[in-house]
Design a protein. Structure first.
Length: 397
């Protein structure tokens, strides 16, 4: 052990309650159980049903997952596509630039694109069956002299030594702990879906990003097994949603009318009920995530607009580091203070950069911006990428 390594202690908590069986909640549950801590996950949904989304995993997220569950990256590689080329195009379909992805060569981990539901399944399979409690919507908590009491809408009350709010951007736990209200609408609506689809303009292991000057983007990603994840975004003053699935689909077809192949064709081929329409939200960074015996993780702690694809990747970093601090501090107070200090500054930078890149990508010169982003990726941007992807995980054995 190096001189700077904190001393290992027995876990400072015996029993942990996690709210939310999203990617962050499942990852931290696996990590805590590996430390021998009794961990239960409470999820409001009735089932872990497929969500119409794909997700990009980057070296920092993959290294975190590998630290949490050694061998998992190999399983993920079998279930995901490894992106080799990113194509930036005008909305007409004309190529602006092509970028070879060299993350594997630079950082020892690839860029993986996977269906959100496959990733959730793989993480859930790493936990015993009786750890995830579905149909449990958390409605509040009370901090006790020792520990915390958590209440659910089904009348159940559980006690734990630590409560982790991994309940996403509309976190009930954050609302009670911090009380900073509704998330901030970033001025853009998004539509996304995963569909079994093939097209000659969508080669395996490639990503296509198309942009129009009037503040619209359309992303197409091979997520393996014959599935394509598409995600569209458009500036919109209002964050009001369409009233039916059919209207959502019509909205996308209208907003992206006249776009080059295969935009209209893939939307037309997607069942209306599989298209998810959402406003893009974020929140300003917090200075503190933990109070007493309650803390936050993932989107509940640091939601960010999805322009860098770092939301889940940074949630995996949180999961590993929180689990390590709980076994490398003499008491819970120091463990949570150390978790906050090790995570907040880094995620603040990523939140800010995501917000900046997210809004730039929708400005009227977004085609120029995308070219600049590509140029920067080859010249000065590497410093930022090195910092983001080479993240040294705290106390990785
Ligand atoms: C269009 C889009 C594309 C994205 N692309 C990427 C990407 O490529 N890479 C990336 O890393 N990130 C991406 N993200 C972000 C990523 O999806 C999130 O950061 C990540 O899912 C956050 O995980 P989480 O576990 O913190 O929260 P969530 O995934 O939101 O999970 C929260 C869970 O808590 C449950 N819950 C909520 N409230 C309660 C309650 N009161 N009681 C019990 N359960 C509750 C919810 O049902 C849910 O299951 C993208 C996001 C969007 C919108």
């Amino acid at each position: 052990m190096s001189e700077n390594q904190p001393i290992q202690y027995p876990p400072v908590v015996e029993k942990v309650a996690i709210i939310g069986a999203g990617l962050g909640g499942l990852a931290v549950a696996i990590a805590l159980r590996k430390q021998g801590i009794d961990t239960q996950v409470y999820e409001k949904a009735h089932s872990l049903r497929p969500v119409g989304a794909g997700l990009t995993l980057f070296p920092n997220g993959l290294n975190s997952l590998e630290a949490i569950a050694p061998g998992i990256v190999d399983s993920l590689k079998h279930a995901a596509s490894q992106t080799r080329v990113t194509n930036f195009k005008k909305n007409t379909g004309e190529m602006i630039a092509q970028n070879s992805i060299t993350l594997m060569e630079k950082y020892g981990q690839p860029m993986l694109n996977i269906r959100w539901s496959r990733l959730q399944e793989i993480l859930a399979a790493a936990l015993p069956n009786d750890v995830i409690h579905l149909n449990h919507r958390c409605i509040g908590f009370e901090q006790l002299d020792s520990g915390v009491e958590v209440s659910f809408d089904n009348g159940k009350i559980v006690q734990a030594d630590l409560l982790i709010g991994a309940d996403g951007i509309h976190s009930t736990i954050r609302q009670k702990l911090i009380g900073d209200g509704y998330p901030h609408y970033a001025g853009r609506l998004s539509w996304r879906a995963v569909v079994q689809y093939s097209h000659e303009l969508l080669p395996a292991d490639e990503v296509v990003l198309m942009a129009a000057p009037e503040g619209k983007n359309f992303l197409l990603v091979d997520v393996s097994d014959g599935y394509i994840f598409w995600s569209a975004g458009a500036l919109s003053e209002e964050d009001s949603l369409a009233s039916s699935a059919a209207d959502v689909k019509l909205r996308v077809l209208e907003k992206f009318a006249g776009w080059g192949e295969p935009v209209q064709a893939i939307v037309a081929a997607t069942p209306a009920e599989d298209i998810v329409e959402r406003p893009i939200w974020d929140r300003p960074p917090l200075h503190r995530w933990s109070q007493g015996t309650v803390t936050l993780l993932g989107d509940a702690a640091h939601p960010m607009v999805p322009s860098l694809g770092q939301g889940a990747n940074t949630a995996f970093e949180d999961a590993w580091e929180l689990s390590r601090w709980l076994t490398h501090a003499p008491n819970i107070e120091l463990a949570l203070t150390s978790y906050d200090s090790s995570r907040i500054q880094r995620t603040q930078v990523i939140q800010a950069r995501s917000a900046f890149q997210g809004s730039r990508a929708y400005e009227s010169d977004n085609q120029i911006f995308l070219r600049e982003a590509l140029d920067q990726a080859q010249v000065s941007q590497p410093e930022f990428e090195d910092w983001m992807y080479k993240y040294q995980l705290f106390m990785r054995n």
